[in-house]
Design a protein around this ligand. Structure first.
Ligand SMILES: [Zn+2]
Length: 142
């Protein structure tokens, strides 16, 4: 049975999570949202800060990498953002062996921090609300 080092790779995480979730997870890791990280044999346990703090477990099971997270997405059995973040944080801490030579500065990327708009109403939602409000009887305004 192979260990964490063979199974926890950026590629393995991306394959399980999908591109979109992987990118968000990478942002989480970059932003230092993995606040707690412990390794125990084939298991990584951590805490990832999101809208809540989530308990995240990554585990090599047989010849596969599996994860559990107590976020809403994780509870559906999906490989969620937090699992990606935990895996990447673990890699950063363990020193990724698949990345020889000078390590690229992860935090030095010249791109603006993404501001998450998750949970906020979109512009079109706001427009609809304004429209709905203005359709009220005119008496309301007097
Ligand atoms: Zn999660």
């Amino acid at each position: 049975m192979k260990g964490l080092r063979e199974h926890v790779t950026p590629e393995a995480l991306r394959l399980r999570a999908g591109d979109r979730t992987y990118r968000r997870g990478r942002d989480y890791a970059d932003e230092g949202r993995v606040v707690d990280l412990a390794e125990d044999g084939p298991v990584i346990i951590g805490t990832v800060e999101g809208s809540h703090d989530y308990e995240v477990v990554l585990e090599v099971e047989g010849d596969d990498l599996v994860g559990t997270c107590d976020c809403p997405m994780g509870q559906t059995g999906a490989f969620c953002t937090h699992l990606v973040a935990l895996g990447l944080a673990w890699l950063a801490q363990a020193g990724e062996p698949a990345d020889p030579g000078p390590r690229a500065p992860v935090r030095g990327r010249a791109r603006p921090r993404r501001i998450t708009t998750e949970g906020l109403p979109t512009l079109s939602t706001l427009r609809e609300r304004v429209k709905a409000f203005s359709r009220r009887p005119v008496e309301c305004w007097r």
